[in-house]
Design a protein around this ligand. Structure first.
Ligand SMILES: Cc1ncc(COP(=O)(O)O)c(C=O)c1O
Length: 377
């Protein structure tokens, strides 16, 4: 085997995302002991900078899980849904379905409210489901990566709270690319991961948790070990992870979050994402027969899903992917299962364009220029 065989592709998928050279180099920083003072040098600023990105303070605890976004999400289900209680899983796509699956396979009493691909959460239907099922917890996806739909976190959380339930939010593909203003959002937990808009390798699940959610977790039994947010918090409150962390990723994360907060600037980062979202919308609107999937007001700042013209097949999109690979890019030919379902029903299939993390407008412009002739074929 030769490392020369590994292609250097620029990733325009929806995670993992492009990693800046400085962050790659930070992977060479020294390993350290996770119960030593060297740990604090990395994780103290990491914890502080995560809160700056989230827009919260001491009103939320931060936990870093080994694993990925799913690890943080699963911990919320295990720790916050007690025996006999109902969890309502609201889904606007594949990742809303994933939260439901986590509840089901962990033996929770779970009911699902499902919206069609491309739709956002309808508050009227949510209210009816809350009234009918009287859940203790409600999960939903802030930014649905399979469809590029963003839900109104504040409005959804407010409605859930009105019915006395805890909102558990999946923010995996948004966090780091847009303001979430966690303080006052109503979210009891907010889960995310490193490999999307934070532009880091995968390896940690990140969770913001309110003290009220921690109090609830103390009353829940059978929380598991790594999925117990109370046990996790014991270590997190000392800026540590419960189990041995990936030191390489911790070094990279320390450097990257410092860059985001102190060099690029959080507001500039969010503005860059909006600029790139606008570029992608203009691109799609310039292509005859192509159409943005998400409705206006619910279009993601980090990922755009696009309906391709009728007659374009999943197989055609695989050819576009290979043509783009030859140009040095990794193209996203849509979320696999969703496209298979759409094709089977005779509906138009989708492509996605990831515009998150450390991709620059210049990189995106070059990508869209390279993609245009392939989509026109
Ligand atoms: C919205 C959303 N939720 C959850 C996940 C799962 O996250 P992870 O792969 O970090 O476990 C993903 C991954 O793509 C996602 O996009």
């Amino acid at each position: 085997m030769s490392t020369q065989d590994f292609a250097e592709l620029q990733l325009f998928i929806t995670g993992p995302t492009f990693i800046r050279p400085e962050v790659r180099e930070a992977g060479l920083l020294p390993e350290f002991g996770h119960r030593d003072s060297e740990n604090n040098k990395r994780f103290k600023p990491i914890m502080e900078n995560l809160k700056k990105l989230a827009g919260c303070a001491d009103d939320y605890h931060t936990i870093i899980f080994n694993g990925s976004g799913s690890s943080a999400m699963e911990a919320t289900v295990r720790s916050l849904v007690a025996d006999g209680e109902t969890v309502l899983n609201v889904s606007v796509g594949a990742f809303g379905d994933l939260y439901h699956k986590m509840a089901v396979v962990n033996g929770k009493k779970a009911v699902q409210l499902k919206f069609a691909a491309g739709e956002a959460i309808d508050l009227g239907q949510l209210e009816a489901a809350l009234t009918e099922h009287k859940p203790a917890c409600v999960t939903f996806t802030h930014n649905e990566t399979s469809t590029g739909v963003t839900n109104d976190m504040r409005a959804v959380c407010a409605l859930i709270r009105k019915h006395g339930a805890l909102p558990l939010v999946d923010g995996v593909s948004l966090f780091g690319g847009a303001a979430i203003d966690l303080t006052g959002s109503g979210a009891a937990t907010y889960a995310t991961s490193t490999q999307k808009s934070l532009a880091l390798p995968a390896g940690f699940g990140l969770l913001f948790v309110t003290p009220e959610a921690v109090e609830k977790a103390k009353t829940v039994t059978n929380k598991g070990f790594a999925t117990d947010i109370v046990g996790q918090l014991g270590r997190a409150s000392k800026n540590q992870t419960l189990t041995t962390p990936n030191c390489t990723l911790a070094n990279q994360m320390c450097v990257q979050l410092d860059y985001i907060v102190h060099t690029e600037g959080v507001d500039k980062r969010f503005a860059r994402h909006l600029q790139m979202q606008g570029m992608v919308h203009d691109f799609v609107n310039s292509l005859p027969g192509f159409e943005l999937l998400a409705p206006e007001g619910h279009r993601s700042p980090t990922v755009t899903a696009v309906r391709v013209p009728a007659g374009v097949s999943v197989a055609d999109l695989k050819k576009v992917k290979e043509a783009m690979r030859a140009k040095g890019y990794l193209f996203d030919p849509g979320y696999g299962k969703l496209n298979t379902d759409l094709e089977e029903k005779g509906q138009r299939v989708l492509i996605r364009i990831g515009h998150m993390g450390d991709i620059t407008p210049e990189m995106l412009a070059a990508y869209l220029d390279a993609l245009k002739p392939e989509l026109a074929k």
